[in-house]
Design a binder for this molecule. Structure first.
Ligand code: GLC
Length: 738
């Protein structure tokens, strides 16, 4: 439709009809295969609401979607199609690694391909908008939703945000097999006080702009059609009622013109925040702040008509919101084709197709991070060694992560299934060794709607004895350990981020056999793994690797694939160090771990300042040497460019991929600057003996930062350049910005 036609349509709509466009109903209000993703609120929706809702959440399945679309268009006075939205985060039915793992690939283009594939499976199943990418910057491993983020760095998160938006939307969200993206959660949801879910967020406008907004901006610049508000307060005001955040910053400063949707019942949360006295106030505050869609409550639909009739809210605000929703539907082509690509036949062909499985394996392999590998224990070549695969994750199919409810864990390839395709069978033995969780740990995740098959209890000693017997017989032990997948995700903050007790007991008992032990670590967050780091001979972090996780792990264990992942989020030395992140500001009394110093330094008495494993860290089966650093000039003029570079040589015995990272430090400025900031990265693949030069252009815009007066600019002065294999790299080059 042309804009003029949309305007005529809007003019012809009644007030109630317009308000129903602002309502998003859960699919449970319609028959069909639905999934709710939040606690079911006790809102009762009127028949009109149900019949005329502007959008629907939680429906998937071409047949179901078409039936609901027909029902809505039939009862909608102007036959306006609904728009169908769903959380397609790291996969639809083919599940890719969790976003924190994808961040560790340092390959945004790969995540773009994963988003494209997930979007295609969703589009043929009737989904038109995905609530992704989640781009919240994260520094606190206690928070359960770090698994949904691509990590702690604004530059890296921005590259992934734009790649994922482009992956989902293609050139335009109305194009075939594209979904509209909805970047979330605006804003700074990743910085809750004490790492506790939904807790308050307080930070300066400068901190917000320097670290937390860049990735949202990148998603908006990439064309994200929607933005979702966050559950948290920001500086005392809930995001969904925060006019400064939504109208001043998001709309005016960041230039967002699309649809703004509240997170799940977030309008109602404002009452519990103690911000809105009642539902009427919540409706007024949210609409005034600029929220277009009320997700799953009756607040807009029940309160706005009266607020308009009593002159407490301008109907113009409703018209603006409705127009944005009509324009979204128009850009999706729904007025011409309300079903878009929903197609039962194509569902059978596209969903879980071989091409998507191959991509899932590639994404998993590239996300694995080799944290430790003493005496090159890994890879374990298939040379007659007897391998005991032990642990609750050896044959575990729930390896998808918390936001993959559309996947079927039965599709997953376990480690056992994977190694059987790679190694000679007579060399492998398997034992579970321990339960995943002890009873108290299990009870903590067994809440309404989040049940899983309960562990069998009472056989723990037998499990351990079987495992120890196999370990004694083996040449090497591979221990598959990890968090339960429901110990991460929404509503899963943890104050103790160690591995489950039964698994640590298993690890200690296996260590007593004096066999070499390689740990395969499954997690949705950085964990406190000090003891593993001390005692294991090798550690491979595999996150929640998705459908082809077992295949990718097996091929990595066997050396068919050489791990290349680099941490996108620091592993803390212990939970007491959290939040810990590489791009921290210097202090007035700096301290560097290991140096001799007096008492009065910025340090702890009992632990180091540095994390256990830093941002950007990841080992390889081979060795990369950094040689011949250079910089083309020690003076950078405002409009000029200089180049810094290095030669990388593979001096090991395996082909491998290295992610070369560029960090810059602004040594002196009107605002204290981080000791390092990631400004670029390049992945290179080298055969043994091969070498390659890697160079980075440095220009003045890269050096701009948010100053105290709220403008973004650079300042002349001294800068240091680090090019290396992780954020601890030390070889510094230098230049002066004129
Ligand atoms: C949830 C999440 C959000 C998700 C929404 C809809 O509570 O916070 O990320 O998109 O509900 O499922």
């Amino acid at each position: 439709m042309r804009q003029e036609e949309l305007e005529l349509l809007l003019d012809d709509m009644s007030l109630h009809e317009k308000i129903y466009q602002l309502l998003q109903l859960p699919g449970t209000y319609y028959d069909g295969t639905v999934t709710t993703t939040g606690d079911n609120r006790d809102d009762s929706f009127s028949r009109d609401c149900v019949g005329q809702a502007g959008s629907v959440i939680g429906v998937c399945g071409a047949k179901e979607m078409k039936k609901i679309q027909d029902q809505i268009m039939e009862s909608q006075p102007h036959h306006i199609p609904a728009v169908f939205m769903l959380d397609v985060v790291n996969g639809f039915r083919t599940i890719f690694p969790i976003p924190l793992a994808q961040g560790a690939s340092f390959e945004p283009e790969l995540s773009g391909r994963c988003a494209r594939a997930a979007g295609k499976e969703a589009a043929v199943s009737g989904v038109q908008v995905t609530f992704a990418p989640m781009v919240d910057l994260v520094r606190d491993a206690r928070w359960g939703r770090v698994m949904e983020s691509t990590g702690e760095d604004p530059y890296l998160n921005s590259r992934f945000a734009e790649a994922m938006v482009t992956g989902f939307q293609g050139d335009d969200p109305g194009s075939p097999y594209s979904l509209a993206a909805c970047v979330k959660h605006f804003a700074a949801y990743g910085a809750p006080t004490a790492g506790r879910e939904y807790h308050a967020v307080d930070m300066s406008d400068r901190e917000l702009h320097e670290y937390y907004l860049p990735a949202y901006q990148a998603a908006i610049d990439a064309g994200s059609e929607l933005v979702m508000t966050a559950f948290n307060t920001l500086n005392g005001i809930p995001a969904s009622g925060n006019t400064h955040l939504l109208r001043e910053i998001l709309r005016k400063e960041m230039g967002f013109e699309g649809v703004l949707i509240a997170d799940y019942a977030a309008l109602e949360d404002m009452i519990y925040h103690g911000f809105a006295e009642n539902r009427e106030a919540a409706a007024r505050l949210a609409l005034t702040a600029g929220v277009d869609i009320d997700m799953v409550t009756t607040i807009y639909s029940n309160e706005l008509p009266r607020l308009v009739q009593e002159g407490k809210i301008e109907e113009k605000l409703i018209d603006e919101a409705v127009m944005r929703i009509l324009q979204l539907k128009n850009r999706l082509g729904l007025f011409e084709n309300p079903y878009k690509e929903a197609d039962e036949r194509e569902e059978q062909e596209v969903i879980l197709c071989e091409e998507h499985r191959i991509l899932a394996k590639e994404a998993a392999e590239k996300s694995f991070v080799l944290l430790k590998n003493e005496e090159n224990l890994l890879p374990i070549a298939d040379t007659g060694k007897k391998i005991a695969l032990i642990g609750p994750y050896v044959n575990e199919k729930n390896i998808y992560g918390a936001w993959s409810f559309l996947g079927d864990s039965q599709d997953a390839v376990t480690i056992q299934e994977g190694v059987e395709k790679v190694y000679q069978q007579n060399l492998l033995t398997y034992a579970k060794g321990s339960p995943m969780l002890d009873e108290s740990e299990e009870a903590k995740i067994m809440v309404e709607g989040f049940y899983h098959e309960k562990e069998n209890r009472g056989n723990e000693q037998k499990l351990l004895e079987e495992a120890l017997a196999l370990a004694e017989e083996a040449d090497v032990v591979v221990l598959a350990l990890g968090e339960h997948f429901q110990q991460t995700g929404e509503g899963a903050s943890r104050a103790d981020i160690t591995l489950p007790q039964p698994q640590m007991n298993l690890f200690r008992e296996i260590k007593k056999t004096n066999k070499k032990v390689a740990v395969i670590l499954f997690s949705g967050r950085p964990l406190d793994i000090r003891e593993l780091a001390e005692e294991a001979d090798a550690i491979l972090e595999v996150w929640m690797p998705g459908t082809e996780g077992g295949t990718a792990i097996a091929e990595t264990l066997a050396g068919i694939h050489n791990p290349s992942g680099k941490l996108s989020m620091s592993f803390p030395w212990c939970v007491g160090q959290v939040p810990v992140f590489y791009n921290q500001p210097s202090t007035g009394k700096p301290y560097h771990d290991g140096e001799k110093s007096g008492r009065f330094r910025s340090r702890y008495l009992d632990i180091p300042n540095g994390p256990l494993y830093p941002f950007g860290y990841g080992k390889s089966y081979t060795v990369f040497e950094y040689l011949d650093y250079y910089i083309t000039s020690e003076i950078l003029r405002k409009e000029g460019s200089i180049t810094a570079g290095v030669t990388i040589k593979n001096t090991g015995e395996h082909e491998g991929t290295e992610t070369v990272q560029l960090y810059i430090q602004d040594c002196f400025a009107s605002v204290v600057r981080p000791v390092k900031e990631l400004k670029g990265f390049q992945k290179i693949k080298l055969k043994p003996g091969e070498e390659q030069e890697v160079s980075f252009a440095i220009t003045e815009p890269m050096l701009r930062f948010w100053k105290s007066e709220g403008i973004k600019d650079s300042e002349a002065g001294e800068f240091k350049v680090y090019i290396g294999t992780d954020s601890n790299c030390e070889t510094a080059l230098g230049f002066y910005l004129e």
